[in-house]
Design a protein around this ligand. Structure first.
Ligand SMILES: [Zn+2]
Length: 68
């Protein structure tokens, strides 16, 4: 993955090899997901475990960012 600028990142889907640019959620959002909601979003908007991967092959944000 590559940072595009302060708020965006180019992410590779490990299953399909496809690359997409996504806006990175801020730390407060990430913290609320994992602390209060027990899960996290993936770049394509699916909801999974904080260290999970969605059915489309995208990793959850905390995992992409190395927080879990
Ligand atoms: Zn998905």
């Amino acid at each position: 993955m590559d940072w595009i600028d302060s708020g965006k990142m180019k992410i590779r889907n490990p299953e399909t090899g496809e690359r997409e640019v996504h806006e990175v959620p801020d730390l407060e959002t990430l913290r609320n997901w994992t602390l209060f909601d027990g899960g996290a979003e993936t770049p394509d908007g699916c909801w999974v475990e904080p260290d999970g991967t969605c059915e489309h092959g995208w990793k959850a944000w905390p995992r992409i960012l190395g927080l879990v």
